[in-house]
Design a protein around this ligand. Structure first.
Ligand code: GLU
Length: 462
């Protein structure tokens, strides 16, 4: 079975780059009827925290990316790692190195003085003597000294590393017995049955080391896909300002999970020139062989555009539900259908939609000065009075009131242009000139509130 994984180190929040590789891994597993598993790489006790793990899980939950099976925590697998280290020692594929810190420093300094590359010189590789006293050894793997290590990458093609350039019998267990990063990743990927490793290309340089571990332990290699980074519009690595921030901050900013996932799937992957992908389509169409070879560019405009698209196409019931996360609880009194129909085309984010909604539902407590100057000249008060009287006189039994016809009646009777009623009415109802169509606004507010707002505006400006 095809198994992919996401393996975050919980040193902070989940960010966009991590989420994108998680999404790619998720989609590829789902497309193939396989499993997508989660491994928390929490061996660095000083830098990892439970809060960071919880934050990652929370983000996954928000986005609806479900992992299969139990979560694997590296911090709980010391026994397993120790067993494999012992196996390599027993088989002579790894050895104890008793070099002290001072000796290591000395070696490094002499190599630097000779302008040589700094690396371990293999002095304990074939050591059979009596170990020096008082030095706790590290364990080093016997890496190939010559030849090439080939990473057959599904995105980048074959990437060849020269053994002598990179490997130098790297440490697999520290003096306290703690296993090192590349060792545990290889052991876990094998034991978890991972068949395809999809991760950022910042990990490409780790891959030959992991391959050495795989080969020493006699494990089959998974397929590797190293995904190019996400850049900002200036072609630089994403910074917090460009969006390399906590995934949950996107929720706070009012992005929907669908928009964010759709945005991410297009960062570095494409299917013709299609931009909008439902989750089901992503799962059918995604293939890591179509991952672009070059870095992708993060664009807030694109994300906003997608988000507006999803907001527009979300049912009002679902929108009302989503808006509760932005402290907006719509009641049946709020005429949800008319309200959201009138507003959802205007909002780029759910947060904005919540604000626009509040701007209509909250009785204005002040009026925009410029708007007042423009709207309340001439006989505006008289016009508002006439319109108020029309509403008061409308047959309450024949709701809904046809506000538009009432406005037309005022316009005709007073022989004025439509603007002469539209502008002061808009300011009276909303406190400013902008906003959705007046017919919708009045339908949403209802007779009593419309009359109250007209009366308030007349009192404030006469
Ligand atoms: N823990 C690594 C990270 O968070 C990922 C390791 C991997 O995918 O192999 O960058």
């Amino acid at each position: 079975m095809l198994v992919t994984r996401f393996a975050p180190s919980p040193t902070g929040y989940l960010h966009i780059g991590g989420l994108r590789t998680a999404l790619f891994s998720y989609l590829w597993a789902k497309k193939n009827g396989g499993n997508f598993v989660l491994r928390i790489e929490d061996t660095d006790k000083a830098r990892n925290s439970q809060e960071a793990t919880d934050a990652i899980l929370k983000a996954f939950k928000w986005l609806g990316l479900e992992h299969d099976g139990e979560i694997t925590y590296q911090s709980q697998r010391d026994d397993i790692y120790t067993k494999y280290i012992k196996q390599l020692l027993d088989e002579g594929k790894a050895y104890k190195c008793y070099m002290s810190k001072e000796e290591l420093t000395e070696l490094r300094e002499s190599q630097m003085a000779k302008k040589e590359r700094t690396m371990y010189d293999g002095r304990y590789r074939d050591f059979t003597g009596i170990p020096p006293e008082g030095v706790e050894p590290v364990i080093r793997i016997k890496a190939p000294l010559t030849g090439e290590i080939l990473v057959r990458d599904g995105v980048k093609g074959d990437v060849s590393f020269q053994a002598e350039d990179i490997l130098d019998d790297f440490v697999i267990a520290r003096t306290d017995g703690a296993p090192t990063y590349n060792f545990v990743v290889a052991v876990d990927d094998h034991l978890m049955g991972i068949t395809e490793v999809i991760r950022g290309d910042d990990h490409l340089s780790n891959t030959p080391k992991q391959i050495v571990v795989y080969e020493a332990l006699g494990f089959d290699l998974p397929k590797f896909f190293h995904v190019p980074m996400i850049h900002n519009s200036a072609g630089k690595k994403l910074s917090k300002r460009d969006g390399a921030t906590d995934v949950m901050a996107y929720k706070e900013m009012g992005y929907t999970p669908q928009a964010l996932l759709n945005f991410l799937v297009r960062l570095g992957w494409s299917h013709g020139d299609q931009e909008i992908f439902s989750m089901a389509e992503m799962q059918t169409l995604f293939d890591p062989k179509d991952i672009n070879k070059s870095a992708s560019i993060y664009s807030t405009d694109k994300l906003d555009w997608l988000n507006a698209h999803y907001i527009k196409n979300t049912s009002n019931d679902e929108l009302a539900q989503l808006l509760t996360d932005y402290n907006l609880v719509l009641t049946s009194h709020d005429k949800k259908e008319i309200l959201l129909d009138a507003l959802k085309e205007r909002a780029k984010t759910l947060k904005e939609l919540a604000t626009l909604t509040r701007e209509i539902l909250d009785t204005p407590s002040s009026y925009d000065e410029k708007a007042v100057k423009k709207a309340f000249k001439g006989n505006a008060i008289e016009v508002l009075n006439a319109f108020g009287a029309k509403i008061a006189g409308a047959d309450a039994l024949h709701l809904p009131i046809d506000y538009h016809t009432l406005m037309e009646e005022v316009v005709n009777e007073m022989e004025i242009g439509f603007g002469k009623i539209g502008q002061p009415l808009r300011v009276a109802l909303l406190g400013k000139m902008s906003g959705p169509g007046l017919d919708s606004v009045m339908a949403i507010l209802g007779r009593d509130e419309v009359m109250l707002r007209i009366a308030n505006a007349i009192a404030a400006h006469s």
